[in-house]
Design a protein around this ligand. Structure first.
Ligand code: FAD
Length: 408
C-alpha cells in the first residue's frame, strides 16, 4: 500500500472537505478562491453521474456566477422563467412568472440542468486551482479533533487507511454522512411512505399538454406527477404505487403504460433513464461540532418537490466557506461557526422543510375539500401581483436566504 503523500505533515493549515458532491465541491472552490489550502476527499474514484437535482434557483445562480462556473449550468440547461401548479384533470391551477423578480436578482428564472454538469465544472475548476488537493477513492470513516485541528481517518481505494490533518473539517458526505454518525449528531425527521418513480423521455410533453410550462407540479390523489423540461428531454416523476415493487416500475411495459395513461397518447417512448427514490425530511440537531461543520445532505434532506436540496447545500457551502475564511485568517473568533449553524438550520427548518412539506402535500392531498381549498388559495396568490411576488421570493429561495443571513 502506497502513502498518498498528503497525510499529516506540513498540511495542518488546510481545511479538509469530505464529499465531492455539489456541497463539498462549492465549499472547496470557495475556500480556494480565498487562498485557503484545501484537501477534498471523495469516496468514489470518479465523479457521480446521478440524475438527481435539476432545478437551480436564482441565489444559487448568483453564487455559481461569482465562482466562475455558471456557464456550465446555462450551457447545459434550460432557462425556465415560468412554472405551474396543475391539477391532473382540471389543468393549470396557478402559474408563476419569475420575470416579476427582475429587480431582486440578475437571474429571474430557474435553470433546469442535471446536477452532474455542475459537479464536472467544479471538479475542472478545482483541478486548475492553486492549493487544492483532490483525493478520489478516499472514504472518510472517522474524525477526531483537539484545540488546534482535526484528524480525518480515510479508507483509500486500495483498502489502506491513512490519517489526514487540517484546521477544520467540512463534512459534505451526503445523507448517510459517516462523519455525522460518528459525531452522534441526531438526524430527526421522517421518511415518506410513498416512493417516487422517475422516467426520462424525449417525447415532447407539450404535444400532449399544450399549455404546460417547463416546470409543472401536477396534483392527483391517486397518482401525482412532476414534469421538468431539461435541455434535451423531459423528466417525469410519478408517485409510486403502493402495490408495485421497484423493479416492476422500471420495466418497459409498466413505464410506457403509465406514461400513456397520463398523457393520453402511446407516443412517449422512454428511451432514457428510470429511477425509484425514497424521500425524507430530516435536519441535524446542529451543523457545528467544534472544528467540524456539517453541510448539504449531511445536515438536512427534504422532499425534492420545489427543488431545494442541492440549492441549500450550495448555500451552506458559501456560508461555511465565508465564515471559515474569517476564522482561518483570524479575522473572527471560532464561535463565528455557531452562526453558520444557526443561519443554515433556520433555512432548513423554517423555509425548506416548510415549503417542501407543503408542496408534497399539495400534490397528493386526498381529501377533496382540502384539495379544493388549497387550490383556491394558490389561485388567489397567483392572481394578486403583491402576493405572487412574495410567494415567488420565497419559493425561489431568496427571502429565506436573506432572512437567515441577517440572523446574528
Ligand atoms: C430525485 C431527486 C431529485 C432532486 N431534485 C433536486 C432539485 O431539483 N433541486 C435541488 O436543489 N435538489 C434536488 N435534489 C436533492 C439533491 O440531489 C441533493 O440535495 C444534493 O445532491 C446534495 O448534495 P451534497 O453534495 O450535499 O450530497 P451528495 O450529492 O450526496 O454528495 C455527497 C458526496 O460525498 C461522497 N461521500 C459519501 N460518503 C463519503 C465519505 N465518507 N467520505 C468521502 N466522500 C463521501 C459521495 O460519493 C458523494 O459524491 C434531488 C434529489 C433527488 C433524489
Amino acid at each position: 500500500m502506497l502513502s498518498t503523500g498528503l497525510a499529516m505533515n506540513g498540511f495542518a493549515d488546510r481545511v479538509v472537505v469530505a464529499g465531492g458532491g455539489p456541497t463539498g465541491l462549492v465549499t472547496a472552490l470557495s475556500l480556494a478562491k480565498q487562498g485557503i489550502p484545501v484537501l477534498l476527499l471523495e469516496a468514489q474514484k470518479l465523479p457521480h453521474d446521478h440524475r438527481r437535482a435539476t432545478t437551480f434557483h436564482p441565489p444559487t445562480l448568483e453564487y455559481l456566477d461569482a465562482l466562475g462556473v455558471l456557464d456550465a449550468v446555462l450551457d447545459n440547461g434550460r432557462i425556465t422563467p415560468v412554472w405551474q401548479f396543475r391539477d391532473r384533470h382540471a389543468g393549470c391551477v396557478a402559474e408563476f412568472d419569475l420575470a416579476a423578480l427582475n429587480d431582486e436578482t440578475p437571474h429571474p428564472y430557474r435553470v433546469q440542468c442535471e446536477q452532474y454538469n455542475l459537479n464536472h465544472a467544479l471538479y475542472r475548476s478545482l483541478r486548475d486551482s492553486d492549493g487544492v488537493e483532490l483525493l478520489m477513492g478516499a472514504r472518510a470513516v472517522d474524525a477526531t479533533q483537539d484545540a488546534d485541528g482535526v484528524t480525518v481517518t480515510v479508507v483509500l481505494a486500495d483498502g489502506g487507511r491513512e490519517d489526514f490533518g487540517g484546521r477544520f473539517l467540512v463534512a459534505a458526505d451526503g445523507a448517510r454522512s459517516a462523519v455525522r454518525r460518528q459525531l452522534d449528531v441526531p438526524f430527526d425527521g421522517f421518511t415518506y411512505e410513498q416512493k417516487v418513480v422517475q422516467y426520462g423521455t424525449q417525447f415532447d410533453i407539450s404535444e400532449a399538454i399544450p399549455d404546460v410550462a417547463g416546470v409543472a407540479y401536477i396534483s392527483d390523489p391517486d397518482e401525482w406527477c412532476v414534469l421538468l423540461h431539461l435541455d434535451d428531454y423531459w423528466r417525469v416523476t410519478f408517485s409510486a404505487r403502493s402495490d408495485e415493487d421497484d423493479d416492476a416500475a422500471m420495466t418497459d411495459d409498466v413505464a410506457e403504460a403509465r406514461m400513456a395513461a397520463f398523457l393520453g397518447t402511446r407516443g412517449a417512448k422512454l428511451a432514457l433513464h428510470r429511477n425509484v427514490w425514497r424521500i425524507h425530511q430530516r435536519v441535524a440537531d446542529t451543523m457545528r461540532v467544534g472544528r467540524i461543520l456539517l453541510a448539504g445532505d449531511a445536515a438536512h434532506i427534504n422532499s425534492p418537490i420545489g427543488g431545494m436540496g442541492m440549492n441549500s447545500g450550495v448555500h451552506d457551502a458559501v456560508n461555511a466557506a465565508d465564515k471559515l475564511g474569517k476564522v482561518w485568517r483570524r479575522e473572527g473568533e471560532i464561535d463565528l461557526l455557531d452562526r453558520y449553524s444557526r443561519q443554515r438550520r433556520h433555512v432548513a427548518l423554517a423555509d425548506v422543510r416548510e415549503q417542501t412539506v407543503r408542496n408534497t402535500r399539495f400534490l397528493n392531498e386526498k381529501d377533496r375539500k382540502v384539495r379544493a381549498e388549497s387550490q383556491k388559495k394558490l389561485r388567489e396568490v397567483a392572481a394578486d401581483p403583491v402576493k405572487a411576488h412574495d410567494y415567488m421570493m420565497r419559493s425561489a429561495m431568496i427571502s429565506g436566504l436573506r432572512e437567515a443571513n441577517a440572523l446574528a
